[in-house]
Structures are given as C-alpha cells and as structure tokens.
Design a protein around this ligand. Structure first.
Ligand SMILES: Nc1ncnc2c1ncn2[C@@H]1O[C@H](COP(=O)(O)OP(=O)(O)OP(=O)(O)O)[C@@H](O)[C@H]1O
Length: 361
C-alpha cells in the first residue's frame, strides 16, 4: 500500500543560503503531486530530502505517520527516476530491471515474472535483451521507469524524467506515466520546471519560488485562481494592470479605477482600499469596436494561430497587453493599427493587493 507523505516545516541550508525555506505540504495516498518552479527554487533539493540523499536540517518528513528523517535512503521504500536515466550501460534491459529485485533478495522464481510485468507496463517487453546503447532516449527512460516500479515502491519520486526527450516524445511519455501512476496507485512526487507538463500530469501542484511555497492547488485552480502575482505570472500569460479602489460598498463590492482608464466593479473577499493590481488572461479580454465602453487601445501586432488570433494591444498609457480572440471566421481577424476597446468579465480576473502577495478577489 502506498503512503501519504507529510512534509512539515522542512529547511535545507547550504552555508548561509536557504535552499528550502520552511516548506510544508500534505501529499495524499495515490496522489500525483508535482513540485514546479523556476530554476534554483529548491525543487530538486526537496525531492532529495524525501529520497534520503539530502539531510533534513529542520522539520520532519513523514511517510504515513512514521518520521523518516533518520531512515537511510535504501530503507525508505521509494522508486526513483532521474533526468539522465541512470541505467547500467553494461546490463541488458532485463537485468537492469531485475537489479533492484536481486538486491532485495527476492525469490529467484519471482524475478522473471515481476520484471516482465514491469516491462509490459511500460510497453517495452520486446526490448528485454537489448543493451541501453541500442535504445532511444524514450526507451531508456521506460527502462528507468520499469526499474523504479518493479520493486513496488510505496512512494515514486521523479526528477525531470522527460527533459532529455524531444517535445513529441515528452507528450507521449507523460501520458504513459500518468496512466501507469493511476493504474498502480502509487503516491508520486514529480519535479519539473515545465508548466504545461505539470498542468497536464498532476493531481495537485506546489509552486515554489526561492525555497518557499507560493501555492498548492489543482492545476485548474493554479491557473484560474492564482494566490499571488508570482503564480499568476509564472503560469501561463497574465496581463497585470495597476489601479485603485475608489469606493468599497458594504457588500464587499469594490469600485476599481484602472490607471489605463476604465472603471469596473468587482466582489472581494474582504475590505480593501488604495492601490491594487489586477491580472487578466489573454483569453479573458473581450474585444469590441472602439466606440464601446472599455480600455481604448490600438492593435500593435497580431499573430494568427489557427483557431485563435493573438493581439498585442497598446493602451493610452503606453502599456501593451495581450488579448486572444477565437477566429471562427478568418474575415474577422483584426489588423495592425486597428482601434479596439477591451473589456472583461470581472468575475474572470484576479485582483491582488499592491505588492502582489495576496489575492483579494
Ligand atoms: N550542494 C550544494 N551546495 C550549494 N548550493 C546548492 C547545492 N545544491 C543546490 N544548491 C543551490 O540551492 C538552490 C536550489 O537548488 P535545486 O537544485 O534544488 O534547484 P531546482 O529548483 O531543482 O533547480 P533546477 O530546475 O535548475 O534543477 C540553487 O540555488 C542551488 O544553486
């Protein structure tokens, strides 16, 4: 049975530098949980702490209700997949996968069927006699995956397993990994810097920045309801605009005036005043004729992208925003230099405090 993993206020320092800065999160049994963030945010360091390759200086990590801080890596019952495959070049595919079972002194008659079962799960049973040098990158990564799951680990850890593969193979492999993870129901912690991959593959994502957790949520909530401007800016495209709350009604409706010249009303979770920031996704802008109410702008660039067009729109204050519009009919594609008015549904945007650290809407 696979474990829950509880990370409780853990810290890792390299000298004065804090690589993992009081991180906490609860990972459910069978969950596909991803650590996502820019380079150097501490995701590999945290994964290695869970694996037992890095010491845990402060805080605790639990597998179910057992503290694992002082348990050696090879006794933690984890499977690991790395970016560089880390398979043995002199051994056949079969022997690579069998290695972990032999090391655990599994019964001889069990090894063959278990290896074949794992190879079948990653769809490379026909390659069992090949050497790694006779395999493509994607096939090598399947060997690494088979080797990690053959021991039936309680927790599966993966560190950028797809980043050495080309784009098409990455998409294929992530589907295989996701399906395999669900079929085996193994609690999985996955590290990536690729936001699309994280959104596609995860049950929940922890967004990290500078060693701290910025948000833990489902992919959909991370995209639609970022808790701060870091997450809004890191995931997908967000147009940030400055403004002011000019009036607050008793029912928490804020009257907002944007510096770029438009007023709108938005329901907030709590009372607020003064300067604020909003973020608007390109697909949330509604483009209208210039006579209509909204932010008045001029299209400074457009890119036709098949089912939608992407426009850069220059606002009167000089700011350029990105807006997308579906192009069911090519005749409706707007052109450079054309004047437009932009509006949005306030329920679809996010409003943050001035420093961007807290979502207020
Ligand atoms: N052994 C070490 N000694 C000193 N600093 C380290 C060491 N290992 C990592 N760091 C630093 O800790 C920070 C976090 O590193 P980590 O490898 O966890 O980042 P990451 O989020 O996985 O980034 P990437 O996506 O680039 O792999 C980085 O700033 C890194 O330079």
């Amino acid at each position: 049975m696979s474990h829950t993993v509880k990370i409780d206020d853990v810290v890792k320092r390299y000298g004065d530098f804090v690589a993992v800065d009081h991180i906490s999160c609860d990972i459910k049994q069978g969950e596909f949980f991803t650590l996502l963030g820019p380079s150097g945010c501490g995701k590999t360091t945290l994964l290695r702490m869970i694996a037992g390759f890095n010491s845990i200086e402060e805080g605790r990590i639990y597998f179910d209700d057992k503290v694992i801080n002082n348990i050696e890596a090879h006794k933690r019952d984890i499977g690991m997949v790395f970016q560089n495959y880390a398979i043995f070049p002199h051994m056949s595919v079969f022997d690579n996968v069998a290695y972990g079972l032999k090391a655990r002194k599994e019964k001889k008659e069990q090894i063959g069927p278990r290896v074949m079962e794992a190879l079948k799960l990653v769809q490379i049973e026909n390659l069992k006699d090949r050497k790694p040098s006779e395999l493509s990158g994607g096939q090598q990564q399947r060997v690494a995956l088979a080797r990690a799951i053959v021991i039936r680990p309680s927790v599966l850890l993966m560190d950028e397993p797809l980043s050495n593969l080309d784009a098409k193979l990455r998409v294929q492999m992530r589907t295989i990994i996701k399906k395999l993870q669900k079929d085996l129901n193994i609690t999985t912690i996955y590290v990536t810097h690729d936001q699309e991959e994280a959104l596609a593959i995860s049950d929940r994502i922890a967004i990290l920045n500078k060693g701290k957790v910025m948000q833990i949520d489902t992919p959909e909530m991370i995209y639609k309801k970022p808790q701060n401007t870091f997450v809004a800016g890191f995931i997908g495209i967000s147009n940030f605009m400055d403004g002011k709350i000019v009036k607050m009604d008793d029912d928490m409706t804020a009257h907002v005036k944007l510096d770029a010249g438009m007023e709108f009303k938005i329901k907030l979770k709590k009372k607020a005043e003064g300067n604020i920031k909003i973020s608007v996704r390109p697909e949330q802008f509604i483009l209208n004729d210039p006579s209509a109410y909204g932010l008045q702008g001029e299209i400074s660039m457009y890119t036709f992208l098949g089912d939608f067009a992407n426009y850069e729109v220059k606002l009167p204050n000089g700011q350029i925003v990105e807006a997308n519009e579906y192009t069911k009919d090519i005749d409706f594609v707007r052109k450079q230099g054309q004047k437009v008015s932009l509006t949005f549904n306030p329920e679809k945007i996010n409003l943050f405090n001035e420093s961007g650290t807290e979502v207020l809407s």
